[in-house]
Design a protein around this ligand. Structure first.
Ligand code: AMP
Length: 420
């Protein structure tokens, strides 16, 4: 069934065609009719399911079929700048054939950016895509009018609560005098998310799209490895996986991102890092280079794990085991988007076994563990014929001492067994 059945205006259908969407995804099948019928919606849908178009298309249709003045008609609140930019790009793509203005409000330290946002907010745009903190800064100054909001979208609501935005969200809602149609998207539905939803939604349609289950086409594998050898394994996986053209590596901390990317840069041609120490424009430029495949390997903090729409990532490497199963699903969800297959490796240190078991329990299946490449296996002393150790043992010791992955021997490298 095509997008025609939803009753969109012809101009919206042209935009959908231009975006090369032929068939609605399951979340679009279920969510679009409810939004078109004017209902509040609560949907548990992960990034990668097509949820952005699921709310944007009915919103755009509503705006173009009832053209009104220059004021904000739809407010989309999102946890991160990256997600705000991504949604704005979708709006731009879909509204190629219609006149819809949109505005992204996500901050940055530059005073000129604030003034531009202020001007745009004062003039009014059809759709405003905002991060909570930045919108509050503008609301506090008194010139933002939210009194004509017809549709409010809260995207990645669980992430916003994780990031401590609940008071900001409540404050934003308090600025909207007349209850708008409210669309609530969250990858997970823990009790505090349900509480918030209960407070702000009226008789919502509830839609549950495969809550926190990784798409079946992602090949998931793990390695049991000591913490100090992880850097070498990542290097090895990247070097041997020549068929992986786009690789995202997640670490918990900025310090680890920096250390790993510094180490990888010694052997890999195309490595960049992204974390909160980079300025907004640097982050955007880095992400764009990765999206356009100028950069092959991007090492990122968890900040990128959710909501980022980078298409066709071939491989996600979890340098560290995520703290909960839902985060795991979000991280590996960067691969195997709508039309692509994906691959995910997780590096599991002894300290992380328990956490990884909990993830497997949550998923309901065990993730296969691959043997380590020979160069990373420490042989027991008694097996060595010669007390000084084999050549590869020596090189391993040297690598550990020097923290220099250039020294990795090419023998016995990981061959991607069972990965095709
Ligand atoms: P989202 O879950 O909204 O982040 O979407 C994930 C990716 O799927 C984005 O790159 C979308 O452009 C793409 N996408 C969404 N819906 C469709 C569709 N019906 N057909 C093809 N691609 C889609």
């Amino acid at each position: 069934m095509s997008f025609q059945k939803f009753g969109f205006e012809e101009r919206i259908l042209l935009g959908i065609e231009a975006m090369n969407y032929h068939l609605p995804t399951p979340v679009q099948e279920q969510v679009i009719p409810c939004i078109m019928a004017g209902k509040d919606v609560i949907a548990s849908a992960q990034t990668g399911t097509g949820k952005t178009a699921a709310f944007l298309l009915p919103v755009l249709n509503r705006i173009v079929s009832n053209r009104q003045g220059d004021f904000i008609k739809c407010l989309i609140v999102v946890p991160t700048r990256e997600l705000a930019i991504q949604i704005s790009q979708h709006i731009e793509g879909f509204s190629y054939f219609v006149e819809v203005s949109s505005l992204a409000v996500f901050g940055g330290s530059d005073g000129a950016v604030f003034s531009n946002e202020k001007r745009a907010l004062t003039q009014g745009a059809d759709i405003a895509v905002c991060t909570p903190g930045r919108l509050i800064s503008h609301l506090n100054l008194g010139y933002v009018k939210l009194d004509q909001i017809q549709v409010l979208v809260l995207d990645e609501a669980d992430r916003m609560l994780d990031m401590g935005f609940l008071p900001d969200i409540q404050k934003i809602i308090s600025y909207i005098p007349k209850k708008p149609q409210t669309l609530f998207f969250s990858a997970t539905m823990p009790p505090r998310i349900r509480d918030l939803a209960r407070k702000i939604l009226v008789s919502p349609s509830e839609i549950n799209i495969g809550l926190a289950t990784p798409p079946a086409k992602i090949i998931q594998q793990g390695f049991k490895i000591s913490e100090d050898k992880k850097i070498f394994l990542v290097n090895d996986l990247i070097s041997s996986g020549t068929n992986f053209k786009s690789i995202l590596v997640f670490c918990h901390t900025k310090a680890k991102v920096k250390e790993l990317s510094r180490s990888l840069k010694k052997t890999q041609a195309s490595v960049e890092e992204i974390h909160s120490d980079l300025g907004q424009s640097e982050r955007e430029a880095t992400l764009n280079r990765f999206k356009s495949r100028q950069t092959r390997v991007l090492v990122a903090t968890d900040i990128l794990a959710r909501g980022i729409d980078v298409e066709d990532i071939d491989l996600v490497i979890n340098y560290s085991v995520p703290y909960d199963a839902e985060d795991y699903v979000h991280r590996i969800g960067r691969t195997a988007r709508v039309q692509a297959d994906g691959h995910a490796f997780t590096l599991i240190s002894p300290m992380e076994h328990r956490r990884f078991n909990a993830i497997e329990k949550f998923l309901g299946y065990e993730i296969p563990k691959l043997p380590l490449p020979e160069t990373l296996v420490v042989k027991p002393q008694t097996e060595n014929k010669n007390k000084a150790g084999t050549a590869s043992d020596k090189s391993l010791v040297r690598r550990n001492r020097q923290s220099d992955s250039r020294k990795i021997s090419r023998s016995g490298r990981y061959k991607q067994q069972g990965t095709s």
